[in-house]
Write a protein that binds this ligand. Structure first.
Ligand code: C5P
Length: 233
């Protein structure tokens, strides 16, 4: 029987322009640490995870000061121009020492509040059905489609509509092939599931906790801080 491992890949090569900060958002201070250090700790110290790859921009001037920059179970790779390129670089690097049958969990650096229980829930769901799976939460608000002038065109049914979160989990070989193939097409790949969907690979939605927010805008930092405090109390 082959020993199947689980790896976390953390794309962290973005600039986070919507944060309106000179510092990339993953290096903003959140409860006295780099934001990315919260994210890495939750993934790397998870009992279900064997190792971790982090994709950083080539000119990253902050990583050396991360708590995890010298961690033996963490490998640094160079990111790409799009999130999908960063993930593919990490998958290619991982492929030289891992099996195509291994599982990978891709998790945004910008989601520092991911709960260990939710990571475990995702792993159990994917492995139980031997199927790619992602964390998400159902949409509760009424959804509108608007025109370029932000005038409402229609109401979009929220039935069966979910927010896609991370981690997103798939077999290493399956995800690498999907991202390689979609990179040669016009398909817009904003997460791993979109590449898998484009290849006809089934992906299961697993309900996670809504506090697994992606820090995107300035106000999100205070919210992430609140969630971290709430989780530890
Ligand atoms: O920009 P956004 O918040 O959607 O990015 C999601 C994650 O992807 C972030 O952790 C960001 O650092 C990462 N990313 C990346 N390479 C890029 C763009 C984004 O690793 N070229």
């Amino acid at each position: 029987m082959i020993d199947v491992k689980r790896w976390v890949l953390i794309p962290a090569a973005g600039v986070g322009s919507r944060m309106q900060s000179d510092i990339p958002k993953q290096y903003l201070q959140l409860n006295d640490r780099y934001l990315i250090d919260h994210t890495i700790e939750r993934c790397l110290t998870h009992p279900g995870i064997d190792g971790c790859y982090v994709a950083l921009s080539a000119d990253d001037a902050y990583w050396a000061d991360s708590e995890f920059s010298d961690h033996p179970d963490l490998v640094r790779v160079e990111g790409g121009s799009q999130r999908a390129d960063s993930v593919l670089n990490a998958l290619n690097a991982l492929s030289s020492c891992a099996n195509d049958h291994d599982w990978v969990l891709v998790h945004d650096a910008a989601r520092p509040c991911v709960r260990r229980d939710d990571i475990a829930k995702l792993i159990i769901a994917a492995e139980k059905h031997d199927m790619a799976a992602i964390l998400g939460v159902p949409v509760h608000d009424t959804m509108k489609r608007v025109d370029p002038n932000e005038c409402i065109q229609s109401t979009v049914s929220r039935d069966q509509l979910w927010h896609a979160y991370t981690p997103q989990m798939a077999r290493l070989g399956v995800l690498r092939d999907a991202l390689m193939r979609t990179s040669a097409t016009e398909v817009v790949v904003t997460d791993e599931a979109s590449a898998l969907e484009a290849m006809g690979v089934p992906v299961q939605m697993v309900e996670g906790h809504p506090d697994n927010i992606k820090v995107t805008r300035p106000g999100d930092l205070a919210l992430a801080s609140f969630y971290l405090n709430q989780q530890s109390s």
